[in-house]
Structures are given as C-alpha cells and as structure tokens.
Ligand binder design. Structure first.
Ligand SMILES: *Cc1c(COP(=O)(O)O)cnc(C)c1O
Length: 222
C-alpha cells in the first residue's frame, strides 16, 4: 500500500476518534515511525505530507537524517543509551524516552538549545518495558529542576500488548491523570502538556483518552 493511501485511512480514524470525545483533530500530532522501513519509504511519507518522523535507534536515525536532513521533525522514541546522546541531540525535536537522571544529566550537558523531552512511564509495570513507575514520576520531574537545558513537555508510554480495550483504556487514563497533575504543579521547566501514547493497534483508544502525539509504524508505513 502507498503511504498516501494509508494516511487517508488513518486521518479519517483520527477524526472519528476525536469526534467521539469532542476533541479537535489538530490537537493530535501524527508521528510516522520509520524504524522498520527504508529511507525511500520515509521520503514517501514526507511526500504524502507527514512532517514528524520517529526512530528508536541512534544509527537508524542518523542513516535517515543524513539523507532527509532536518526537513522532518525527528522524534527519538527508543531507549537511549547515555553515550549515544551526543549523536542525536542536535538532530531531534523531541526525546520521548527520558527515564533516568544520568540521561537527563547527559542531555543537559550536550544540548545546544533547550531540549524538549517526554518522561517515559511504564504504566503497566511490564518487565520488558522501560520507563518509570507512575508513582516515581513526580519526584523524578522535581529532581530535574537544576537542568536548565531540559524542558519536560509531557509523558510517554507504550501500552501493554493486548486487545483488551479496558486494559488499554485504563493504562492511557492513568497517564492522562498524571500528566494533568504535573501540569498543575506549574513548574516552569515542566509545562507537561503532551501525551505521547497510541501505536498502530491502539491509537484510536489513546486519542479518546487524550493523546496529543500518536506514534504509528506498521499501519502507516509498514
Ligand atoms: C515501533 C514503535 C512504535 C510503532 O509501533 P507500530 O505498532 O508499528 O505502530 C511506536 N512507539 C515506539 C516506542 C516504538 O518502538
């Protein structure tokens, strides 16, 4: 399938999900996750009108960045090793996977401008997933106060791999509640207005529960 055809379908699903809960579709940023696909396919996505691309490894991002440059906004969505920060920091618009102080320290040190970060949360507490537990997040964000090159724009999660709609909904809802709580702390370095949640198989539910960024690979670019 052409990306443009998938995109028509996904945009319609975004509109439908927004309508169900009275949200405006332009509140939802669509990130095409290109980690499985070629540079040509990523270019096709851009030609179809997509402006946000997501990669989960530094080498994958660099390979595509070398050709596509900074025409798209790049989102780093994978586990980030501290020593890899310097490779990507000047190329990405957002880092979605901040999950520890040592990483914050390195980002702060290497940043050439205020770096927009999302704190990754492991809502479902699955062993296989990275991220802080829900109850650790507020203390973690408070401890980021000294890092003047970091702005906490929001929270990110990967939902459990399941078809159980209620389980997905409850995961997204918990993250939304926490995001509101942090936003209401009014920390100048943590506006915390973004919620990066929802992938190919659960983005409609994520939007109904308040997602502002959805990260779609399979259903969009393959
Ligand atoms: C791969 C990946 C996605 C996209 O997953 P799909 O199911 O292919 O849409 C989204 N977020 C993260 C963090 C990923 O690693």
């Amino acid at each position: 399938m052409k990306v443009a055809e998938n995109l028509i379908h996904i945009r319609q699903q975004i509109i439908n999900a927004c309508q169900k809960v009275n949200r405006a579709p332009d509140e939802v940023k669509l990130i095409a996750v290109t980690k499985y696909v070629s540079i040509e396919r990523a270019q096709e996505a851009m030609d179809a009108g997509i402006i946000n691309l997501g990669e989960n490894r530094d080498d994958g991002l660099l390979k595509k960045w070398n050709v596509l440059g900074d025409k798209p906004f790049w989102h780093f969505i994978g586990t980030l090793q501290t020593r890899k920060v310097k490779n990507i920091i000047d190329k990405v618009e957002y880092i979605h996977s901040l999950d520890r102080i040592s990483l914050a320290e390195e980002i702060n040190k290497r940043a050439i401008k205020k770096m927009k970060c999302l704190v990754q949360v492991n809502v479902s507490q699955e062993e296989s997933k990275h991220g802080l537990a829900l109850e650790e997040v507020i203390d973690f964000i408070k401890s980021l106060h000294p890092y003047e090159n970091i702005s906490i724009e929001g929270l990110m999660t990967m939902a459990p791999f399941t078809d159980d709609e209620e389980q997905l909904r409850s995961c997204f809802r918990s993250l939304k509640e926490l995001q509101e709580e942090i936003k209401n702390l009014n920390l100048d370095y943590a506006p915390c207005t973004e919620l990066s949640m929802g992938m190919s198989n659960d983005f409609k539910i994520a939007i109904e529960e308040g997602a502002t960024m959805i990260r779609i690979g399979t259903a969009l670019v393959g």
